[in-house]
Structure formats: structure tokens, C-alpha cells
Design a protein around this ligand. Sequence first.
Ligand SMILES: [Fe+2]
Ligand SMILES: [Fe+2]
Length: 197
Amino acid sequence: MAADPVLARTISIEDVAVIRHLETAFEEESKNTASCRAYASCADDEGFHGIASLFRAVARAEQIHAANHARVLRAMSGPAAAQVALPHVETSLQNLRTALADQRFEVDYLYPTFLTAAVPLIDSTAIRTFHWALEADKSHVRLFWEVMPRIGEDKAGWAYTPHHFFVCALCGYVAQNPESENCPSCNYLWERFETVQ
Ligand SMILES: [Fe+2]
Ligand SMILES: [Fe+2]
């Protein structure tokens, strides 16, 4: 069948690659949203309510990443869709290790690769959504890394008590305490951050 003359004129090879990357990133973030929600339930069941709070905050952040990617995808090609398998849940310590590995994969490989491929595009919205997700995911890596040793503390410790986390509603940056007037990742006003417990 002959190529659609309109599409042939308006979608470049670079566009096609970035659309595939947006689809992959949307699927990855949707998968992480489901995993972190399941890990939060598991942590609550095990009495680790502080760890559960962190998982819920990161789940919300990953949902924001997926929604940002979906918005760009819609403008470039069409609605986003992802097949998300049932999350594999283990102990909270193992879930923390898995969640940390997932975030590091996004920070070390996925988004740097996708950002490089998106640079030639005239429209910068794909670059922005990848950049925001990359910077926010670095905050998730930091938090998972920091809390992992606390799981071994006694029952009065941090891991057992629910905590508030601040989640940037624009880029998904997560922090336990207010850090400045604006999001360090996307510059959004801190007062508009969501609080998740
Ligand atoms: Fe993410
Ligand atoms: Fe932000």
C-alpha cells in the first residue's frame, strides 16, 4: 500500500524513534506505578508504614511521568496504551531492592538514551518529559537508597512510622522535607506540591 502522503511529509525517522521511546517510557512508568502500589500494600502488611509511605509517593510520581509521556504521545501519534502484568511482590527489603534497580535503570540508561534521540526534534515537548522524568527519578533513587538500611531498625524506627512526602505534581520529584521555593527539577512552585503519606 502507498504511504499516506500527509504522514510521509510530517513524520520523520527521528519522530518515529521518539514515538517508540515514548511508548516504552509510558509502559515502564505504568509498570512502576503498579509495582510501587503493590509494594506499599506489602509494606503496610509487614508493619513498615514508613516504607509504605515512600512507595505510595513514588507510585504517584511514576503515574505523573506516565501521564506526561501520554500527553506528548497523544500530540505526536495517538493515545498511549500499556500492558501491565501483575506486579511480582516479595518481602519489603527485596521490593526496595527491585524498586531501586528499576529507578536506576531509568536514570542510568533509559532516559539518557531517549533524550539523546529526541534532541534533533524541532518540537521540544518529548525532551522536556524525558528530562523531567530523569531528574525526578534521581530523587527516587536517592530516597530508596537512604531508607533501605532503616528497615533493620527497631520497631520505633523510621521504617515503621507513616511519613509525609512531597511530590511535584508537574515532574514527579519526591522529597521528605521542603527543599526550596521551587522544584529543583522543573521549577514548579513548592507550595503546589502534593503531599502523600
Ligand atoms: Fe519514572
Ligand atoms: Fe518538579
